[in-house]
Design a binder for this molecule. Structure first.
Ligand code: URA
Length: 242
């Protein structure tokens, strides 16, 4: 495995930053400084150090955050707005980052980790990990609009996969929908609902795979246990037609 890919997968830094660390001579393999970008390592055999610190391969962390609206799904913001990592008080020494993103004004379940492979399983559409949302939308949603959403919607970046959609409740001018998708395109749920004439008033992600927000208030988080992590990985491996 390429050294930069390994460093990124271990949560040391992004792939690009890892390449910079290598170029700066800050990474050694079995005691030798490596500056060659294409250098390949055996993750099970080789001892990799960054700035003289041995990487702890077991040092993976998985968190489930109830993201409040008003927080950016990022580790920093050039304009100094609140970011989700501000809420994770116990993890100041590990470089954790959000798994995908929820919009600034979306609340709900956001996973955070320093494990790149795990993040990929949750985000990449090929693993078909379901994400469930509650969307309060303008207008009374018709059966026809629901059918369109269930078939897939043509957005400017192409056709979406079919969505699972149910009406949870409605009044004369608003509808609360449950929407299940496994893709994670930018503002996807909002754009799909807008496309069928029902702009979103409020959006909350309630589930990712089998994980829920149970027991958490907004702004709170908990660590996933190893069973939960294993189960998510197993689900992704059993996905048909990857
Ligand atoms: N879809 C959206 O439109 N926004 C989100 O934050 C997540 C999914």
């Amino acid at each position: 495995m390429r050294l930069a890919k390994y460093l990124a997968g271990q949560g040391v830094a992004s792939r690009r930053k890892s390449e910079e660390l290598i170029a700066e001579g800050r990474v050694s393999v079995n005691g030798n400084i490596i500056k060659e970008q294409g250098f390949k390592i055996d993750p099970l055999q080789d001892k990799v150090e960054v700035d003289g610190h041995m990487l702890q391969t077991a040092d993976k962390v998985y968190l489930l955050l109830y993201k409040p609206a008003g927080y950016i799904s990022s580790v920093s913001d050039p304009w100094g707005r609140p970011v989700v990592t501000d809420l994770i008080k116990e993890e100041k020494n590990r470089r954790i980052y959000p798994v995908g993103r929820l919009d600034l004004d979306t609340e709900g379940l956001l996973l955070m980790t320093n494990d790149g492979d795990f993040a990929n399983i949750i985000i990449h559409p090929r693993y078909k990990m379901d994400k469930k949302y509650e969307a309060l939308v303008q207008g009374k949603v018709t059966k026809d609009a629901i059918k369109q959403l269930q078939k897939g919607i043509l957005l400017e970046d192409g056709m979406t996969a079919p969505a699972g959609v149910h009406v949870l409740k409605h009044s004369s001018d608003k509808t609360l929908l449950e929407v299940i998708i496994h893709e994670g395109r930018k503002r996807q749920v909002r754009r799909m609902l807008e496309a069928v004439g029902h702009p979103v008033i409020h959006l909350k992600r309630t589930e990712v795979g089998f994980l829920t927000l149970k027991g958490l208030k907004d702004g709170e988080y908990r660590y996933l246990n190893s069973q939960e992590v294993k189960k998510l990985i197993m689900i992704s491996q059993n996905t048909p037609n990857p």
